[in-house]
Design a protein around this ligand. Sequence first.
Ligand SMILES: Cc1cn([C@H]2C[C@H](O)[C@@H](COP(=O)(O)OP(=O)(O)O[C@H]3O[C@@H](C)C(=O)[C@@H](O)[C@H]3O)O2)c(=O)[nH]c1=O
Length: 187
Amino acid sequence: MNFNIKKTKLPGCFEIIPDKFEDKRGTLIKVFHKDIFLEKHLEVEFAEEYYSISDKDVLRGLHFQLPPKDQVKLVSCISGEVFDVVVDLRLGSPTYGVFETFHLSAKKASMVYIPKGLAHGFYVCKEPAIMLCKTSTVFSPEYDHGIHWSSLDIPWPNKTPKISEKDSKLPIFNQFNSPFHFTEEVL
Ligand SMILES: Cc1cn([C@H]2C[C@H](O)[C@@H](COP(=O)(O)OP(=O)(O)O[C@H]3O[C@@H](C)C(=O)[C@@H](O)[C@H]3O)O2)c(=O)[nH]c1=O
């Protein structure tokens, strides 16, 4: 088995397309393989894994943890469909302030590998959307932070999504003083 690792325009951020094993019963998809990830120079030390279940029109994000609790994330949509977004917040990055979008679905099965210093969020196009997320550090509420979803003219499919009260109070990108710095290591 293998993973097709596609570069995105954001250094260190990849779309990962796993092999699909299909037979008359259905499909089997592997979302992580330590040796292959090591070979491809991807993070293998994940500290937590969780999933969220969301209805249509829900938007979660754009989230990240602040240093020193910043984290690599590996996300995939295992039910429904989402419009997924990452934003580069790394000062000195050639793509600082640039976003990348992905269409993730249970059917397509691709994943997004998100390095430290990027904000992440998604909008639910088809419910129930189940998003699986591995993180390289444990959840730390004091370091949990984000930028407002409406930052940067991201072409969200819906301009009036359902969001949490916490997300409605996040600062917009232009008012966020980024503590993240770009390092060549992610290339
Ligand atoms: C993310 C997270 C939340 N929680 C708790 C805090 C809160 O009471 C409840 C819901 O948290 P939130 O509102 O932050 O959940 P949510 O908005 O789904 O947060 C997620 O959004 C997407 C976009 C991501 O990228 C994820 O990494 C994560 O930040 O779950 C944990 O205990 N551990 C966790 O790892």
